[in-house]
Design a protein around this ligand. Structure first.
Ligand SMILES: [Fe+2]
Length: 509
């Protein structure tokens, strides 16, 4: 709680222009500039609660009391819960509330107030009750939004789809500038410090379509490499930066990430460590396993000559270390956690939400095999452990979703990728990027004959994946933007695939 005297000190320090207030919620108090310019967000719905988020901009380094309200109606007339929290300058004046006591399986509206400034109203919802046989879930998943390479217009179409949930699967910001046909600029060099990463997040979050999608429904999120540095692995960066220096950089990046996303308070980072992997249940219909394949992974095997870290494309017969069973993409603790949670799941659909592609992709046309070491292809023993466990435990309807490769991929996850007759263990859907540029389609086409388990691969379009599922059917629409050079560009369904209950493997419709 913040006393009245402290509040008056805060207001005085802010250069409040109106007469001093008589109580902490006096609406006459005004800020020099509107503080809620980054909008609002919500995340991690449970049957009884949800996390609400905002960040106040342009303030002096003082704690600011922030009031939050949750209402049953869009106009915020029937306020059900309210309270006060603090926007702490140590956390970039972000405000975060984990609301509890809500009813399961329904929509709510929320907003924040500081002085006379009110945030936009956000819409969010709770998950169905734990034992409830939820009828239906509609969600979108997205990844890879390089700000300079396009507008985030795909989010307009996500909002129009009215999803219950958005899953963001990594590369929420980019630390680097690259690509062609840029539509806007970071106007800053690569971030290293906390201030740098905060500014990068604030820039991305200034995009109105991204803000609208955050205000439209709750999100669940994980990160990939670009939230910190291209191709980092655990404590090892791509370039020659020393371990201690890199961990300081990782700490700054993780902290800024936490400050800008609607993550539960329990995920608050401690220095360079932040546990983001978790599971989210949607009644008995679906369980999302949200994984972190960056923070704990073994270093890349066989980096490029002259490099200490970073990915490479290697001949698997030459890079013998690649297949070592000691190598893990999740780290042993997360592997054990995932195995336990999968075994305990009673969900109809078990959705493994992670960053990259899990299916093998041979990148050498003809005899022999080349593998890209940044994806699960760089950790084949860990992939085999997971797929073997899913098969042995007969996990119900396992579906892997991912991003990272800036292309749509729809795959069969096989017990043995080398054997075309081997059983399909799980289904995989990789979404294309929101804006980030991908490989030429011709290059992918050269690889496809050697990868019959990759049913569909298209790198030509930016966009997202829309999923609707019920007890019997998972339906995924690959949604493609005509262009990302314009905010208001149209979006169309490039292809649709279904997964039928009890039958692993996507089918084209
Ligand atoms: Fe990416």
């Amino acid at each position: 709680m913040i006393g009245r005297r402290r509040f008056l000190e805060v207001l005085a320090a802010l250069g409040v222009s109106q007469a001093l207030p008589t109580c902490a919620t006096d609406r006459k108090v005004s800020f020099d500039s509107y503080p809620f310019t980054l909008g609002v967000a919500s995340g991690y719905p449970s049957p009884s609660g949800v996390v609400l988020w905002t960040r106040l901009m342009g303030l002096e380094p003082l704690e600011i009391p922030v009031r939050w309200e949750v209402a049953a109606d869009e106009a915020m007339r029937q306020v059900i819960f309210s309270g006060e929290t603090t926007a702490d300058p140590a956390w970039a004046h972000s405000a975060r509330v984990e609301v509890q006591g809500l009813e399961p399986d329904r929509w709510y509206w929320y907003r924040f107030t500081a002085g006379d400034a009110r945030s936009p109203i956000g819409r969010t919802r709770t998950a169905p009750a734990a034992a409830a046989p939820a009828q239906r879930l509609r969600f979108a998943f997205a990844s890879c939004q390089q700000y300079e390479q396009g507008f985030f217009g795909a989010y307009r179409h996500i909002v129009a789809d009215q999803p219950d949930l958005v899953a963001f699967l990594g590369d929420y910001i980019y630390e680097s500038s690259w690509g062609s046909d840029l539509v806007r600029s970071h106007d800053a060099p690569e971030p290293y410090s906390l201030a740098d990463y905060r500014a990068r997040h604030a820039l991305y979050r200034s995009d109105p379509d991204l803000q609208a999608a955050h205000a439209a429904c709750p999100w669940i999120v994980t990160w990939d490499d670009h939230e910190v540095d291209n191709d980092y692995a655990n404590d090892r960066p791509e370039d020659g930066m020393g371990r201690e220096e890199f961990l300081r950089r990782r700490a700054a990046a993780y902290r800024a990430y936490y400050e800008h996303l609607p993550l539960p308070p329990r995920m608050r980072p401690e220095g360079p460590n932040m546990r983001i992997y978790t599971h989210v249940d949607w009644g008995t219909l679906a369980r999302f396993f949200v994984l972190d394949d960056r923070q704990y992974r073994s270093w890349h095997a066989c980096p490029r000559p002259g490099w200490r870290g970073g990915s490479n494309t290697v001949d698997v017969s030459e890079c013998t270390r690649l297949a070592s069973p000691a190598r893990s993409i999740l780290g042993r603790a997360q592997e054990r956690w995932l195995d336990g949670r999968l075994a305990a799941s009673r969900a109809q659909w078990n959705v493994i939400a992670q960053q990259t592609r899990m299916a093998q992709m041979d990148e050498l046309p003809g005899p022999g095999r080349r593998a890209w070491t940044d994806s699960w292809d760089g950790y084949p023993a860990a992939r085999q452990r997971l797929l073997d466990s899913i098969a042995a435990r007969k996990i119900q309807n396992p579906v892997v979703i991912g991003g990272d490769i800036h292309a749509f991929n729809v795959c069969q996850l096989k017990a043995d990728f080398a054997d075309p007759r081997s059983a399909v263990v799980a289904s995989e859907f990789v979404g294309t990027s929101i804006t980030s540029q991908g490989w030429p389609q011709e290059r992918i086409n050269e690889y496809l004959p050697d990868n019959p388990h990759v049913l569909y691969a298209d790198s030509r379009y930016r966009g997202y994946v829309r999923v609707e599922l019920d007890a019997k059917l998972w339906k995924a629409d690959l949604r493609a933007m005509q262009t990302v050079q314009r905010r208001d560009a149209p979006c169309f369904t490039l292809a649709s695939f279904v997964v039928e209950d009890g039958k692993a493997g996507p089918l084209k419709v």
